[in-house]
Each structure stands twice: as structure tokens, then as C-alpha cells.
Design a protein around this ligand. Structure first.
Ligand code: PRX
Length: 648
């Protein structure tokens, strides 16, 4: 299976944006020969500049690279206004609620609603260019209006995924020193209302003193508590605002948004993205990787709380003038055919989701896709984690009817957009393989000193030249930015961007991502730092020490497994496991709950006190221990832990 090659469907390929490997190489060779000229060509063609830039790439303060310096643009203009001349009546967003309610929002309506929201933020709450606005929102169109409204007035949004706890929300508000929170009373999931506003209340009762106002969208109309003077009703206030709001001319390098993601310490990193470079690549990859065309209806199932939702639900599709679907619910409710019914009902042409969702849809409804008309589909995408061959095969054969391209897109919060991915009209695809770097992206698999890793061996996945949509810094922590991404690998003596992932290149140049090389676990395509989970667990009074590792999981890809050393051995019981998970839920959110916990007498440590996670990973996978255990402080602990895990 893994060596089978699937050529692009000739019927689809003939009109594709990049329609052959020759066309791919023409672009990539141009980038290799004249890197700045290559990017200049696209920046001039794609961006609606208010004022021209003077430098394509400024490397004088590496790794704090600048792209298109001194140019002026506005992302909400790029995504809305410039389309109004010919697309005013085209759907920009098609929203489907959990209960099946549908709203079609045209570009003209998107413009009005974004402008009203922008006026509200500006006039009522005094939000100015550079202010931070936190969004804690469900998947409703108002979330997109809020993002675009922020960019219109130059405010920096920071979206916190709705599954994060009050504590996590408070930490993110405080780190960004945000002025306003935009939230909703709640929304609907699996036919029932769930609540969000109460989490904001909790967060703000614990801290977040910089917040002056909370704007609440009424979605489920459940009862909520109200803090007079601080909380404001969006649905009422918005009717008073004007639908005219001039956009703020923004510098290319002005921050567009922050998005917190996990790293190797307990504290999440506020990844800061720029304005021009980000939107350029969001638009280009939308056009190339999804081959977006006139009349297409594109659906990405991510949540706007993650980078995929930012780039490929809102910014990419709208910058490219497409129609993007937003879905409030879950793809298996009310039954396992929901996602496929939506593909049929909305005439979806591109469908983009995570391997976790594919595995779940496969498991819960293997034949469901056959019950619906999926004939409009042209491109199927996956993101967030490696896809296993059986899931790939089902996606290709049953969902795509063996005629759609599958784009296995490899990228990260920090890269802003796709880095390595097939092109649907050009790339002969190998299942479960990210294939080639996109044109303009210099991805190399190297050793720490920059020597190329031999074919077929695992090396470090690096991007050896800066690219427009790259992370600019970590909010308030430039040193951590340098250390996290430019501290491990060098090429020609200069630090280069290291993704944190391992990868392998085959004889024919195909790249396969082998997974994280650091202590980050990928749960359902979401990044979780082991240190973050460990820090939460340590808050429980009974815990003396803890080590968290990823354990292969049938649906989620990886689940979280915790080895816990208790202060008092006699406390070990099932109830304590439940209590510990409650602490995690409070500190981080339900997404970080442990699938399993083992109480162990100690964790394997070297004499210098370093936890040997590799041993713990092997134990949880049931693998034989091949590592040298003689350097451990107490080698006998390995056998003891193995016995406990086996018996659990
Ligand atoms: O390990 C890689 C994995 O997801 C990580 C990035 O996570 P995050 O920043 O949350 O962004 C997820 C959505 C872009 C990467 O370091 N990853 C992402 N895409 C793939 C992948 N692993 C294998 N194959 C992919 N296609």
C-alpha cells in the first residue's frame, strides 16, 4: 500500500492552479534562483496594497525577519472589501448550526456585519490599533465577524479555544494584557446547549484585570449572569452601529493575531503572526493546495480556536474570495452520516479535516458516505497529525470515490500556513505522505550541524529560509522565540528554523513526517505540552512527582498517559485518578484529560535527575526496553513500573 502511487485525476488536473510537476518545479526553481523576486511577484499580484513596501525581505535582525517592510494594507480589505465589486452577492460564509439551521452570509452582509462590529469595538469600548482582544467563542459567524473587525481597526486578536478552562483563559488574557473579551452565552452541541460565558466570569473572578469590557453574543439564549458596567449585549448594541467603517492602514509587520500554543515548558507560547506575510501565504495556499475555484464551496471542520480555523476557515478562504462553511456541531450528530449529508446539501467541493475525525467517521459509519451524493468533492485534506494508511485508504476510496486528490498538509501554528503538501492537480500521491515542500518553501531534513540526513533515515525537519507567514516572535518573550525555534539546528553556521518534528526523505524526494522529537504530544491533532499537563497534575496535594507521555490511541492518534508518584502510597485508588483528572480539567480543560494513570513507586531518572521519558514511552507501548538502564539512579524501577502498567 505505502508504495502505491496515485496520480492526479486528469479531469480535475487540467484546470488546476498548478497542474503538473513541471509547473511545480518551474515555480520552485524560480524561488531557488531568485528568492526575493519570487515572493515579490506574488506579493504584487495578490495583495491589495494601500502603500507599496520598500524591502521584500529584511534579514538584518535575524531571526526577527521582516517581510514587505513599510508597505501598508488591511486584512479585512483583502478578505472583504476588494471582493465587493464582483462578489457582493456571493456567499462568503455558509453557517450550519448544530440543529441544522443554515445561514448564508454574502460578502455584502459580511462587510456590513464586520464594519458594525468594528465600530462597536472602536466607539463603545475604545479599542485602538495594537490593543489585544481575546475571543472565547463557539463556532458561529460572529466569531468570524469579530476576527475581521479586529483586523479592520488594527486590534490584535487572541482566540482561546472554547475547550480551555477558566484558569487557562485567565493565563492567556493576562499574558496578552487584553482589553476586551468577546464571547457568547454558549452554543449548541449534540442537540443541547452548552455554556461559555460562565467560564469567562470564572476567569475574570480569578484575575485578568486588564479586561475592561466583555461583549456577549446571544446564541443559545440560556440564562447567564451579568456584571453591570462590564458585560454588554452584542445583539442589542450592534443594531445601533453604522455599517460604514473605514479600515485602518496597517504596516506589513504589524501583528495580526496571537495564538497560544504548547511548548516544552509549562507556560504556553503566544505565537505572534504578521499582517502582510501571513495573509499572502494564507491566500496562496488556499488557491494552490485546495485549488479553490469560482463556485466552489469549501468546508474545513476545524475550530477557529486553532490555527487551522484561523488560516483555513476564515483568512485563507476569504482572502481568496471563496465560500467557506462554518459548522457549530459535531460531524457524528445526530448520526454518523451528518458530515456527508452536509457535503451533499452544500455541494461541498473541498473537505478538510483531521485524521482523528476520519478515523472516527470510519469507525462509526464505514458505509455512510455511500448513502449521500458526494460527487462534487474534488479535494480532500488532512491536517494535524500523521494519517495512518487504513484511514487514508477509506478516505480515498469511500469518501473520495477514488477520484479526489488527498492533500496531507503538514504545517504548524508557527508556520501560519501549509509547508509540505501535495498539490491536487500536480503531485503523484503516496498514501500517508506529505510529499514535497510547497513552491517557495525551503524544507530540508538535516542533522543539527546542517548536513543532510541520509535518505531513509530520520532527521530534523527544518525550514532553512525565512518565509512570509512565519511566526515573528513569542509575545513578550523574544528570547524564548530564538531559543525555541532557532536554537537547535544550523546550516552554513547560521541558525535555521527547526519545527520540532522528525522527518524522512526517500530516494525520489518524497518527505514523510515522523512526528515530534520533543516532549509535545499530539492528541486528536491538538498539541499538548507534557510539561503543561505535568504542571497541572502537580497541583494535586497527593502528587509527589509525575511524568506524562503519549500513548497510541485508536481514534485520537495519541492519548495522555501519566505516571504518578504519590506522597503517600496508601492514597492510590480509582477515586484519586478521577480527582487528578478534575484538577487537569480545571487547570487546562477537558482536552488535556489523562486516558490512563499509573501510580508508580518512582519514575526512572538518571543520577543527575533527568526523567528518562523514552523508557516510559516504551513501557506504555508494551515495547521491549532497549535503552541502557545502567545509568539510572535505580535501574530496578523499570521492571517494577513495567509490572504495574501490564497489570493495570
Ligand atoms: O507534529 C506536527 C503535527 O502537528 C504539529 C503542529 O501542531 P499545531 O501547531 O497544533 O498545528 C496543527 C495544525 C497545523 C506539527 O509540529 N502535524 C501537523 N500536520 C501534520 C502533522 N504531522 C504529520 N502530518 C501532518 N500532515
Amino acid at each position: 500500500m505505502s508504495e502505491q502511487i496515485f496520480n492526479p485525476n486528469p479531469e480535475f488536473a487540467k484546470d488546476a492552479a498548478i497542474n503538473s510537476m513541471d509547473a511545480y518545479w518551474e515555480l520552485q526553481n524560480k524561488a531557488i534562483e531568485d528568492y526575493e523576486g519570487y515572493w515579490k511577484g506574488f506579493a504584487d499580484e495578490k495583495i491589495d496594497w494601500i502603500e507599496p513596501y520598500d524591502t521584500v525581505l529584511d534579514e538584518s535582525n535575524a531571526p526577527f525577519y521582516k517581510w514587505f517592510s513599510n508597505g501598508k494594507l488591511n486584512v479585512s480589505n483583502q478578505c472583504i472589501d476588494r471582493h465587493l465589486a464582483d462578489k457582493a452577492d456571493q456567499d462568503a460564509i455558509v453557517f450550519e448550526g448544530d440543529k441544522g439551521d443554515v445561514q448564508n452570509i454574502t460578502y455584502a452582509q459580511l462587510s456590513e456585519r464586520t464594519n458594525k462590529m468594528a465600530n462597536l469595538l472602536k466607539n463603545k469600548f475604545g479599542v485602538k490599533k495594537g490593543d489585544r482582544v481575546v475571543l472565547y467563542m463557539p463556532m458561529i459567524p460572529e466569531a468570524a465577524y469579530a476576527m475581521l473587525a479586529c483586523t479592520r481597526i488594527g486590534a490584535i486578536h487572541s482566540i482561546v479555544f472554547g475547550g480551555f478552562s477558566a484558569e487557562a483563559l485567565k493565563d492567556r488574557i493576562e499574558d496578552a494584557e487584553a482589553k476586551v473579551v468577546i464571547t457568547a452565552d454558549g452554543a449548541f452541541r449534540k442537540g443541547k446547549p452548552y455554556m461559555l460565558k460562565n467560564v469567562v466570569d470564572d476567569a475574570l473572578s480569578q484575575g485578568g484585570e486588564s479586561i475592561e469590557s466583555v461583549l456577549v453574543v446571544k446564541r443559545n439564549n440560556e440564562e447567564i449572569t451579568w456584571v453591570e458596567g462590564r458585560d454588554h449585549n452584542y445583539n442589542e448594541l450592534i443594531t445601533e452601529e453604522s455599517a460604514e467603517c473605514p479600515f485602518e492602514p496597517m504596516e506589513s509587520e504589524d501583528p495580526l493575531f496571537l495564538l497560544y500554543t504548547s511548548g516544552s515548558t509549562g507556560k504556553p507560547k503566544g505565537v505572534q503572526h504578521s499582517t502582510a506575510g501571513y495573509i499572502l501565504w494564507a491566500q496562496m495556499t488556499m488557491e494552490w493546495v485546495f485549488d479553490l475555484r469560482q463556485n466552489d464551496v469549501y468546508w474545513c471542520t476545524a475550530d477557529i480556536g486553532w490555527i487551522t480555523g484561523h488560516t483555513y476557515i476564515v483568512y485563507g478562504p476569504l482572502a481568496a474570495g471563496g465560500t467557506t462553511v462554518m459548522f457549530e456541531g459535531v460531524p457524528t450528530y445526530p448520526d454518523a452520516g451528518r458530515a456527508w449529508k452536509m457535503v451533499q446539501d452544500h455541494n461541498i467541493t473541498q473537505f478538510y479535516t483531521a485524521p482523528t475525525a476520519i478515523r472516527l467517521l470510519h469507525k462509526t459509519g464505514e458505509d455512510e458516505p455511500k448513502k449521500y451524493d458526494l460527487s462534487k468533492l474534488r479535494v480532500l485534506g488532512t491536517v494535524g497529525e500523521p494519517i495512518d494508511p487504513p484511514a487514508w485508504k477509506w478516505y480515498y476510496e469511500v469518501v473520495g470515490n477514488s477520484k479526489c486528490a488527498i492533500v496531507d498538509t503538514y504545517w504548524q501554528t508557527e508556520t501560519g500556513g501549509h509547508m509540505i503538501s501535495p498539490l491536487p492537480g500536480a503531485t503523484p500521491i503516496k498514501p500517508a505522505c506529505a510529499t514535497f515542500a510547497l513552491p517557495g518553501i525551503m524544507a530540508e531534513i538535516i542533522e543539527e550541524d546542517g548536513t543532510p540526513t541520509p535518505v531513509g533515515e530520520k532527521g530534523f525537519m527544518c525550514i532553512t529560509k525565512p518565509w512570509p507567514s512565519m511566526i515573528r516572535t513569542i509575545w513578550n518573550d523574544p528570547e524564548r522565540f530564538k531559543k525555541s525555534y532557532f536554537g537547535d539546528c544550523k546550516k552554513d553556521g547560521e541558525p535555521v528554523y527547526f519545527t520540532g518534528d522528525g522527518a524522512m526523505i526517500a530516494e525520489d524526494g518524497y518527505i514523510t513526517i515522523t512526528g515530534r522529537t520533543d516532549d509535545v504530544i499530539n492528541v486528536s491533532g491538538h498539541r499538548m505540552g507534557t510539561a503543561e499537563v505535568e504542571a497541572a497534575i502537580k497541583k494535586h496535594d497527593s502528587v509527589a512527582a509525575v511524568a506524562v507521555v503519549g500513548k497510541p490511541h485508536e481514534i485520537k492518534g495519541e492519548g495522555i498517559f501519566a505516571y504518578i508518584v504519590l506522597k503517600c502510597v496508601d492514597d492510590a485508588c480509582e477515586d484519586l485518578k478521577i480527582e487528578i483528572n478534575k484538577v487537569i480539567k480545571k487547570e487546562i480543560g477537558a482536552i488535556a484529560l489523562c486516558d490512563a494513570i499509573a501510580f508508580v513507586p518512582d519514575v526512572p531518572k538518571t543520577r543527575s535527575g533527568k526523567i528518562m521519558r523514552r523508557i516510559l514511552r516504551s513501557i506504555v507501548k508494551g515495547e521491549a526496553i532497549t535503552q541502557d538502564t545502567s545509568t539510572l539512579e535505580d535501574p530496578s524501577i523499570v521492571g517494577a513500573i513495567e509490572k504495574i502498567v501490564k497489570e493495570a
